[in-house]
Design a protein around this ligand. Structure first.
Ligand code: SAM
Length: 273
């Protein structure tokens, strides 16, 4: 493990700086493959834990809306909330293309307001870690709890750092569609262990119609969690109870325990009756 507040040496780059989430089509292409299994898992959770039929669902930080669309296609009354307008516009356009509807709302997930309660809510792939401070994370959890019906669930998935786990690393993957191909690389470039924040460098090498490849880069700041920190945070939210933990295999028949070795976790939190 590297020392506190360290930074990788700067390297010369010829890439264009962008905001990753302002390019929803390219952003979500990298995650579409997992979407059906995540949606199926959400439905499994609803059936297993919620004592009434789930109809109204909320996604916090829905981005381009890959899950909003998938859940709307499966018949749920979906509300998606995000701060990024290009992502919400993209989601609206794609909903029309597939003939589905959802409510999309530009709001902050630390302080949002809807008139009707939800039967279930979810927050996927590290979106929660965009909340850089404990107070922002707490506000989000409390706001979710306030908007759930008693017995309703909140499904929260995030990466946590295992004890003695490596803070540094790079993940690479690629995607090809009929319109474009993209090579993604996500690497940790700075870690502030005192503030519990890491900065990730996201690189997309995009090639459209066989033209010259464009290299685009963004830097994302995410809060770091270890298991104790996560447990102590959850203990402060009186309205939500942790009822089961899973991992990113999204298998309802294969729950796991939240331990020092946990890495990718999916928490099922239930609003107390
Ligand atoms: C990793 S993306 C995930 C998008 C989507 N949930 C998915 O699974 O594909 C994170 C999203 O969180 C949104 N976001 C970050 N901070 C937010 C905040 N405070 N309130 C609402 N949305 C936020 C970003 O705009 C971005 O669209």
């Amino acid at each position: 493990m590297k020392s506190r507040n360290s930074t990788k040496p700067a390297v010369k780059t010829d890439s264009e700086s962008i905001h990753w989430y302002d390019h929803p089509e390219w952003y979500e292409a990298g995650f579409l493959k997992e979407t059906p299994s995540e949606a199926r898992f959400l439905e499994d959770v609803f059936r297993k834990f919620v004592p009434f039929p789930v109809e109204r669902v909320l996604e916090a930080g829905c981005g381009s809306g890959r899950l909003v669309r998938e859940m709307a296609r499966r018949g749920y009354a979906v509300t998606g909330m995000d701060l990024n307008q290009p992502a919400l516009d993209f989601c609206e356009k794609k909903l029309k293309q597939i003939g589905c509807r959802a409510v999309l709302s530009k709001q902050d997930m630390t302080d949002f307001q809807f008139d009707q309660p939800f039967d279930a809510a979810f927050n996927a792939i590290n979106t929660f870690r965009h909340l850089e401070t404990e107070s922002a994370a707490l506000s989000h959890l409390k706001c979710v709890a306030k908007h759930l019906r008693p017995g309703g669930v909140f499904v929260l998935s995030l990466h946590i750092v295992p004890h003695d786990g490596e803070l540094w690393g790079t993940e690479r993957w690629s995607v090809k569609t009929p319109e474009f191909s993209i090579r993604y690389a996500l690497s940790v470039e700075q870690v502030d262990e005192a503030k519990r924040v890491e900065t990730l460098k996201m690189t997309m090498k995009v090639q459209i119609d066989g033209q010259e490849e464009k290299k685009l880069t963004d830097h994302l700041r995410l809060r770091l969690y270890d298991v104790e920190q996560l447990k102590s945070l959850l203990a402060k939210v009186k309205g939500l109870e942790l009822v089961r933990t899973y991992d990113f295999w999204f298998d309802i028949n294969d729950p796991c325990r939240l331990t020092k070795k946990s890495c990718d976790v999916v928490l099922v939190l239930q609003k107390k009756a």
